[in-house]
Write a protein that binds this ligand. Structure first.
Ligand SMILES: [Zn+2]
Length: 267
């Protein structure tokens, strides 16, 4: 083997763009279709991305486990040591899956729900992260500027902006908002993933990861509040939540999150 070809091999090993098995792709597309069908009951006018657009091998990149963690940490704005099975690159819409999870329908479906959110907002010329954080911010009387930071001239922050240094306020509120936004998005995404796995009778095949447990419980609580507040059946409330999870459009749900999501810590 010449030096050149071994080098090429080495490069391929660093970033292999290998495919997920046909069986897994079919399985995930079927679960995704089932989720779209349920979500469409909540709002017929929503144009959900198609399963083929979502679960497309051109946008699913398999990386060796350690390389995946490294890439995740380099792209993720949150300071985290948590280990992930896959993630969505919110700049490109590409999904990265760890080699050890390449045929894990749970991980691939979860990332497919994220890709659905990304495609839906992208089709509308919006950025998933700022659009999602912006919706949450609005609920708390904040407006986001273009760069995704809180505008201190809007909402109740304008009343207190004089009393504190503006930069201090920004550095206090923005990380809270970003963190809470990520928690809400992850809760909805994993809730939808569980619902998708259940349509294929796979709910026991992949136990929920501990990191998602509390976030999904909060969505279960939201579902109960939605049933009471909007006089919906359990299925109707589930369908509304799924529509929000697949699109990243959560304005209709926000009044029911109450204060339980965006709690500003006292320390
Ligand atoms: Zn996720």
């Amino acid at each position: 083997m010449s030096n050149e070809s071994s080098k090429t091999l080495e490069n391929q090993n660093q970033e292999p763009k290998s495919e997920i098995s046909e069986d897994t792709l079919t399985e995930v597309r079927e679960m995704f279709s089932a989720l779209v069908k349920l979500a469409a009951n909540a709002d017929q006018s929503i144009q959900f991305p198609t399963p083929e657009e979502i679960v497309s091998t051109n946008h699913y990149i398999i990386l060796a486990d350690d390389q995946l963690q490294e890439k995740y940490r380099s792209l993720c704005s949150l300071d985290t040591a948590e280990s992930v099975g896959g993630f969505l690159d919110t700049q490109t819409g590409d999904v990265y899956i760890a080699k050890s999870h390449k045929d894990n329908p749970h991980v691939i479906l979860h990332e497919s729900v994220h890709r659905s959110q990304w495609l839906f907002t992208n089709h509308q010329g919006k950025n998933l992260v700022t659009s999602f954080t912006g919706q949450l911010a609005k609920q708390y009387g904040f407006e986001l500027q273009n760069q995704g930071v809180i505008d201190l001239n809007k909402g109740y922050l304008s009343c207190i902006a004089d009393k504190k240094e503006r930069s201090e306020l920004l550095s206090f509120f923005n990380p809270i908002l970003v963190k809470q936004s990520s928690e809400v998005l992850e809760g909805l995404t994993e809730y939808a993933t569980q619902a998708g796995l259940a349509t294929a009778a796979k709910e026991n095949a992949n136990d929920i990861w501990v990191a998602y447990l509390l976030k999904v419980l909060k969505v279960d609580k939201l579902q109960r509040l939605l049933m009471q507040g909007e006089r919906l059946t359990q299925s109707q409330a589930q369908e509304s939540i799924l529509a929000a999870a697949l699109t990243g459009e959560i304005s209709k749900l926000l009044p029911y999150y109450g204060g339980s999501f965006l709690q500003i810590p006292s320390h």
